[in-house]
Design a protein around this ligand. Sequence first.
Ligand SMILES: *Cc1c(COP(=O)(O)O)cnc(C)c1O
Length: 433
Amino acid sequence: MNDISRERSAKLFEKAQQLFPGGVNSPVRAFKSVYGTPLFIERGDGCYLWDADGNKFIDYCCSWGPLILGHNHPAVRQRVEETLVKGMSFGAPTALENELAELILNNNKKIEKIRFVSSGTEAVMSALRLARGYTKRDKIIKFDGCYHGHSDSMLVKAGSGLVTFGETSSAGVPASFADETIVVSLNDKLAIEEAFRQFPGQIAAIIIEGVPANNGLLLQDREYIHFLRNITEENGSLLIFDEVITGFRLGFEGAAGYYDVNPDIITYGKIIGGGMPVGAYGASREIMSNISPDGPVYQAGTLSGNPVAMAAGIGQLSELLGRGFYDQLNSKAAKFVEDIRDYISEKGYKLRILSVGSIFWFAFADHDIKKAEEIEPSSMESFKAFHRELLNRGVYLGPSGYEVGFISAAHTPEVLENTKSIIFDSLDAIQPI
Ligand SMILES: *Cc1c(COP(=O)(O)O)cnc(C)c1O
């Protein structure tokens, strides 16, 4: 099969490379792990994307998760348009902030107060500072295979050994910062127990993604999540759920609702802003009283609570509260995944499709995967070939085999049927055995 035309995208990318490092404003967009130059997107509508060459795709990246209603949803657009004409930023409170906060707090019993910021990274960075300020401890436990944005103390990777200080995973992060982050494997109780033994009274918090979904989809046992809740409580540490992906995705109460667990601090991003730059963190009234100007933990933002962004969030979250929204989305996704799973096993292909709610991930492996180290780097070659076949047939997945896919409310059963046959054809073309 011939590759789709990317003439205009290639020209735009050539120009972009003179303007931005690697030609992009966020690294994964550069298509380094898949074939061809990045597609420059011209517009999106519903579950579809159009690129600069006029190619049309069914989109399963959905802006990396925020677009749970699909592109250009009328309810979101209408709220944004109404707000836009009144001015785009004031640096003073607006009723829209109250409206979005009430919408969330009235329907999500996992937090009592919230603070809006402008990205997931900022939400996590602030949550970590809050945990440290509240507990008066410095160390944070993070998991190998979880991504929490690009703040310094989270850009660490595991060293060797059960419990290790992180090694920086980016140039420019001082080793002394990484020393405050302990990195352990997912789904491993011993490592957590050992960390609390080695650093008694020093661990401010454990941070984990609601469901780890940034390095493949690493589904954890429910019981393990409750173990983390218990051991943090026993040791006077906090449990931070980074729900930047899972928040408002697995349900309105996110992974905390899904696992029936009560984390101390929860971070949000992606879906909360309806496609605009919004992040947030929330906790009990007591913990949140530590944030400035009420308390000693400083955190601020020129564009925090931006009215246009709040309007987009209100537009989107209001739709999610509609009756049966999640049941419908999740059952549609479950059928999609089930049918693909059947096809894979019928053909005996060496891959798995893992999923939770409307999140899915193709793992080119025939073993269980719950930890980052269980993903074979060589399996990414199969993904690369698969990605090319899908693009050529009009299906857009994020350009890396470590990234998950998202199904939105705009993906109709007919579109999902169509996608399945494209997936089957693509698998038949690459024959992963
Ligand atoms: C995307 C993501 C972040 C970072 O959010 P940005 O808005 O990209 O800064 C943090 N944590 C998780 C779990 C994410 O998926």
